[in-house]
Design a protein around this ligand. Structure first.
Ligand code: G4P
Length: 541
């Protein structure tokens, strides 16, 4: 048992979040270099055709040269076993991106120093904040002209409502970038653009008030600015408090340059020290105190895991699907019979695999904190729990995130009504899209909601290739969705006064919702319909 505990304690499972182009891939690649998992920079992806060489599972990915689903990379570094969850960006942003964060114990937020917080960082941050996981900030591209570092941390604090604690502080930026001052170690990491590669940087111990030493290190101009800024920082900034870091209230901030491999190792080291081993998860098994939430520790003897992503058709010839699961407790062993809680049946997880840097390989064992992908013959759904036989564990489920793009989808060929309904329902069950209906219409006309527009392409591709169905699609201008909380008996949605472009829809369970073009329409509806109660779309959090 002690052996399993050792394995679990070494696990660090985190997601990297950023807006496209902030430097997430470059930073990941440098991490992998330190872990020795790849030999050269440029191996994770290039911008060109070799990009995502090993995760080109779907044809659509190849066609577009982008990754539709999140991938998981793992490597060893300084005794830690690291799992990095990639969160896809650009147009391939989807619910998967959000769900991936459900499987992470902490997040690294990469910010472009010239741009500060950008829309996608904002969205991803919100999901991390909901889970109260620790968030570490890497302010990147300090080798370029950036915004004032005080402005940047101020923006983080104001927009995200968290405290920040700069672990290091930049000495200039762009052509004047001299390096960073490490506040706790009282040392300077000197920037030298020739440091790219695997060479390890050693901090130069210094006394910031030793004029002679500092001048020889960074010059008098930079020294004066640094002394002043550190004074300001010491006086005005939050105190360091590891407990606040661990519950996501205080974000340690690091400045560096991923491309030049500057400050990356120092970041990785500190990050690994500060972040914790796998976190507990809440179980709501009906047989345990009637479903009262109970915390399941990763060190619990019983194996347990939940499915957070299902990737369909990685291999078109076999129509296979892979269910990705996060192990929450105990040890997984290949060949062992487990229990699929939602289906109420025993299950053997076949072809369990992990992404080891570039290669997918079949694994024999895995531990709490790890992510494994297993062959799914079509039995798993997002949020399902797999556990050791007899274990009374059922994880609380994965939230459904509010779609941000909508389209009306109508079947063309009425002879294919069944396939259309089957395809739409199945793909919605997998969680790739969400479907809604206009009241009193049948299954031949569906309103599809997605988080990222690429999901529309995925839907079209899959409906054609897997179900042989073509359809008409009309995009609608809606962007926001809310539940109507009133009892329909007390307030009939049909009688609501709504702006013309606000639509009343129902979900598969018949619950009433409204979709809106913008906030103005929501305010209008609330104003014109006293007593109307609307609630946000998030579920299960
Ligand atoms: P992403 O995964 O977050 O989308 O970003 P990615 O790492 O692909 O980086 C986006 C661009 O920013 C890349 O340039 C990359 O080289 C550059 N970059 C990343 N980190 C730094 C940094 O610390 N300093 C500077 N100056 N640039 C950085 P690109 O020209 O778009 O692509 P490439 O041709 O270099 O691959």
């Amino acid at each position: 048992m002690a052996d399993i505990r050792n394995h679990i304690e070494k696990r660090r499972t985190f997601a990297i979040i950023s807006h496209p182009d902030a430097g997430k891939t470059t930073l990941t690649e440098k991490f992998l270099l330190y872990g020795g998992a790849i030999q050269s920079a440029g191996a994770v992806k290039g911008k060109s055709s070799d990009r995502h060489a090993t995760s080109d599972w779907m044809e659509i990915e190849k066609k577009r040269g982008i990754s539709v689903t999140s991938s998981v990379l793992q490597f060893e570094y300084e005794g830690y076993h690291i799992n990095i969850l990639d969160t896809p960006g650009h147009q391939d942003f989807s619910e998967d991106t959000y769900r991936t964060l459900m499987a992470a114990d902490s997040a690294v937020m990469v910010i472009d120093g010239a741009k500060g917080i950008e829309p996608q960082t904002r969205k991803l941050f919100k999901v991390c904040a909901m889970r109260h996981i620790p968030i570490f900030t890497f302010i990147n591209k300090m080798d370029r002209e950036t915004r004032d570092p005080f402005d940047l941390i101020d923006e983080l604090e104001k927009e995200f409502g968290i405290g920040t604690y700069p672990m290091n502080w930049p000495i200039g930026c762009g052509v004047d970038f001299k390096g960073v001052y490490e506040r706790d170690r009282h040392s300077i990491l000197a920037y030298d653009e020739f440091h790219a590669g695997r060479k390890r940087l050693k901090g130069i111990e210094c006394d910031i008030n030793d004029v002679e030493q500092m001048d020889s290190l960074i010059g008098s101009y930079a020294r004066e600015a640094l002394v002043e800024q550190i004074e300001l920082l010491d006086g005005a900034c939050f105190d360091f408090d590891i407990e606040k870091v661990r519950c996501g209230k205080l974000s340690p901030v690091f400045f560096g340059s991923a491309l030049n491999n500057f400050g990356v190792e120092a970041f990785l080291e500190r990050f690994l020290q500060m972040t914790s081993a796998p976190l507990s998860h809440m179980s709501v098994h009906p047989a345990v105190d009637e479903g009262t939430p109970t915390e399941i520790s990763p060190f619990e003897d019983n194996f347990s895991a939940f499915v957070f992503k299902i990737q369909a058709n990685m291999n078109k010839a076999h129509r296979d699907r892979i269910a990705f699961m996060r192990i929450c407790s105990g040890q997984f062993e290949r060949g062992e019979e487990y229990f699929h809680v939602q289906a109420g049946r025993p299950v053997k997880l076949s072809q369990p695999q992990q992404m080891m840097a570039q290669e997918r390989e079949i694994i024999e064992t895995a531990y709490a904190g790890d992510i494994i992908g297993v062959f799914d013959p079509g039995i798993f759904s997002i949020g399902d729990t797999i556990a050791a036989k007899g274990a009374k564990i059922q994880y609380a489920g994965i939230p459904t995130f509010a779609p941000e793009h909508f389209a009306v989808v109508e079947q063309i060929d009425s002879m294919k009504r069944k396939q259309f309904a089957k395809g739409m329902t199945q793909i919605a069950q997998e969680g790739a899209i969400q479907i809604f209906f206009e009241p009193n219409t049948g299954m031949e006309r569906v309103i599809v909601g997605v988080v990222g527009v690429l999901q529309f392409d995925v839907l079209q591709f899959r409906m054609e290739s897997e179900y042989g169905v073509k359809y008409y699609k009309h995009d609608t201008p809606h962007q926001l969705i809310r539940y109507i909380d009133n009892d329909p008996e007390e307030l009939n949605p049909a009688s609501l006064r709504l702006m013309q472009n606000t639509k009343w829809v129902q979900d598969v369970k018949g619950r009433n919702l409204l979709i809106f073009v913008g906030d103005y329409e929501i305010d209008w509806a609330l104003d014109k319909n006293p007593g109307l109660k609307l609630s946000e779309f998030h579920q299960n959090i």
